[in-house]
Unconditional design. Structure first.
Length: 306
């Protein structure tokens, strides 16, 4: 019987893990930890808001600070939650877009692309009964106007952009607080806004950024009115406009600086109506504008006044 023997001395010895490999792994973990720690320390130290002409840059900064402080990496400039911040800003302001730029080590620069305001929207935030009659004075309008408390900017689509903030004039702070709300745009707004039309809400619609409060043809009607009823052509100017009731959706009213209403219907020929009114004033059919309550011009071939 044959016997076999194995010489264990001929087996290959196991290789020991090299010390330098252990050191490499250890160093890699150290570097990774240092990188994570370093990224976590990249905090936002300052915020700049660029190109904000109509909205309050300080309000935007506060929103960015609040939103960037949420999440795992709080206020981290490298791991910024851009989408969440942009959505939060757009809840308060209607803007077209926000561009984020980082300026190391800790400055976040936001470039705002705004939608230009097309009109002022004056509202009380209180709901009213629809105005039924469409001749003469608007029912309860005097009380509604007395209740007006807020001014908003709206764009050409009739969508609220944001609330207009009255500037603080230190030497006349108490005086400006007493100025009628409807006079403030002309008196206190900057030059670029002073010629924007003022529209009075007589329905008490909800007023917040992003809400459409005026039909898309509303500002087109106002532009059409201003084109035909110029201050060079007539001895009056418009103080504010009103679209008084859902019961009369085609009606536009304009309050003049002579304190009488002009009532129009958008389906009529305003060019012809303006010529008729100009002729009536020239021929003394209408004499003292200061004593009028309204001029009803809803029909192209006749007018009513009181």
């Amino acid at each position: 019987m044959r016997r076999y023997s194995h010489n264990l001395s001929h087996k290959r010895p196991r290789r020991n893990i090299k010390p330098f490999f252990i050191a490499f792994i250890f160093a890699a973990f150290l570097l990774l930890g240092a990188a994570v720690y370093g990224v976590a320390q990249l905090k936002i130290t300052s915020i700049e808001v660029i190109d904000a002409q109509f909205i309050d840059p300080e309000a935007v900064k506060e929103i960015v600070k609040e939103e960037s402080a949420k999440g795992l990496f709080k206020s981290n400039i490298l791991l910024l939650q851009k989408k969440r911040i942009e959505e939060a800003v757009k809840k308060s302001f209607v803007v077209e877009s926000l561009d984020f730029n980082r300026r190391w080590p800790g400055t976040l620069r936001l470039t705002v692309k705004e939608l230009a305001p097309a009109a002022f929207w004056a509202t009380s935030g209180q709901s009213y009964e629809p105005i039924e009659e469409s001749e003469g004075e608007i029912r309860a309008v005097s009380g509604q106007i007395a209740d007006l408390s807020k001014l908003f900017f709206i764009d050409k689509r009739g969508i609220i952009l944001h609330e207009w903030q009255k500037p603080v004039i230190e030497e006349a702070e108490e005086e400006t607080a007493d100025w009628p709300l409807l006079d403030q745009p002309k008196l206190l707004a900057d030059k670029i806004h002073q010629n924007l039309p003022l529209i009075v809400d007589t329905e008490g619609k909800e007023a917040r950024a992003g809400i459409q409060v005026l039909a898309d043809y509303g500002l087109s009607d106002i532009e059409k009115f201003n084109k035909n009823f110029t201050k060079e052509r007539f001895a009056f100017e418009v103080k504010y406009f009103s679209f008084p009731s859902p019961l009369a959706p085609k009606e536009l009213r304009a309050m003049t600086d002579k304190n009488f209403w002009i009532i129009l219907n958008r389906d009529t020929d305003w060019d012809q109506i303006a010529r008729n009114l100009s002729e009536a004033i020239a021929k003394k059919k209408i004499t003292d504008l200061n004593k009028l309550s309204y001029i009803d011009l809803r029909l192209s071939d006749r007018m009513f006044f009181k």
